[in-house]
Design a protein around this ligand. Structure first.
Ligand code: FES
Length: 137
């Protein structure tokens, strides 16, 4: 630890950190709900035996397209709209996609992520996705 501190101080003194390249931010984050309810639960969840491989499909599709890095796909727990699952949230922009399938994910990657045009027909209905709650005043 002491050695690291000395190296850090020496680098700062020489202005070495000014020469380091900037690590770019991802262009998109994709938050994929990976919540799974135990069998027999009355409440639906996004992951079941039919939808289990959607996260891997998303990651592989991004990888094949050379998009991993600029696009970060993240496993999340429940996003609070279970009856519309499987779901994923694309940021920036709060684009919540519902009732996903592999075919829908492929089209979202092509049209939204690569093309910049959200796939309106796959977005969650507005009755499930109203305006954000205003906080503060
Ligand atoms: S289980 Fe996916 S939104 Fe609740």
């Amino acid at each position: 630890m002491l050695k690291f501190k000395k190296v850090l101080q020496a680098a700062l003194k020489k202005g070495k950190f000014m020469e380091m390249p900037t690590l770019p931010q991802p262009t998109f984050y994709i938050f994929k709900c990976e919540q799974s309810s135990p069998p027999g639960m009355p409440k639906p969840s996004c992951v079941n035996e039919n939808t289990r491989d959607l996260f891997n499909h998303t990651a592989q599709t991004l990888m094949k397209s050379g998009l991993m890095g600029p696009v970060q796909v993240v496993r999340t727990s429940c996003l609070g709209r279970c009856q519309m699952g499987p779901l994923m949230l694309v940021e920036p922009g709060h684009f919540m996609y519902a009732s996903l399938s592999k075919e829908k994910i492929d089209r979202i990657v092509q049209e939204h992520i690569l093309g910049g045009n959200p796939v309106e027909e796959y977005l969650i209905p507005s009755s499930f996705w109203g305006e954000p709650v205003k906080l503060g005043n």
